[in-house]
Design a protein around this ligand. Structure first.
Ligand code: SF4
Length: 220
């Protein structure tokens, strides 16, 4: 297993390479990636929208505002989150619009292709806690989950890409979704956020500055 400085160097190299990926002909670039940070927490989004590419960062628009508001309630503001959590996604490019005007759902082939990047990140970051946001992301970690009510609000233990970790699913914070603003979603979201705030990996990113976090990771 590579030492922490080597893992960090490899993660930087990985993100540089990821940004050059043009493997999917129907995806619209640029590739959107979070910062190359070794963290006990990995967030997995679905796919960027049309605003994230120009902004050069994931969750750059209204859904992000809602999501970072949830995390701020747990003591980590947006900048702290971006600098201390590895932000991945099921697909890293904008899929374009679907027939009904919403964002196109990535195809199984695109998910599998981009999954190669995810697998590499899991091996390098080795997160203790993974937070998938939205159904498509949740399905990668909890493929047997039939619906959100079955999994949101609980911590699940899984082995993902050969790595054992806790999973704490969250609903997508999109303004187009009413799930998290109506019952039972509202209560389940509150329960999920409470569990997130209590998780030791969340405590590590909340309480530690980036330098202390790197030292903690070196000991892990
Ligand atoms: S979606 Fe993923 S695999 Fe496809 S081009 Fe973008 S980065 Fe590459």
């Amino acid at each position: 297993m590579p030492r922490t400085p080597d893992r960090l160097r490899l993660l930087h190299a990985h993100v540089d390479q990821l940004r050059q990926c043009r493997a999917c002909p129907d995806m619209i670039g640029p590739v959107v990636s979070g910062r190359p940070v070794l963290s006990p927490v990995m967030l997995v989004g679905q796919a960027p929208g049309n605003r994230e590419g120009p902004a050069g960062k994931p969750f750059a628009w209204t859904a992000g505002k809602t999501m970072f508001g949830w995390f701020a309630q747990l003591g980590v503001d947006e900048e702290g989150f971006r600098s201390r959590v590895y932000m991945a996604a099921v697909c890293r490019c904008f899929p374009g619009k679907g027939a009904k005007g919403g964002d196109r759902v990535p195809s199984p082939e695109e998910i599998a292709r981009c999954g190669v990047h995810l697998a590499a990140e899991v091996a390098l970051v080795r997160p203790r806690l993974v937070v998938p946001v939205g159904k498509l992301a949740i399905a990668q970690l909890l493929p047997d989950a039939a619906q959100l009510v079955d999994v949101v609000g609980a911590v699940h233990r899984v082995t993902w890409h050969g790595h054992a970790c806790d999973v704490l699913p969250l609903p997508h914070p999109s303004g187009a979704s009413t799930w998290h603003r109506t019952e039972p979603g509202k209560t389940l979201l509150a329960r999920a956020l409470a569990r997130l705030g209590q998780h030791e990996a969340w405590g590590a990113i909340r309480d530690a500055g980036p330098r202390a976090l790197a030292a903690a990771e070196a000991r892990a």
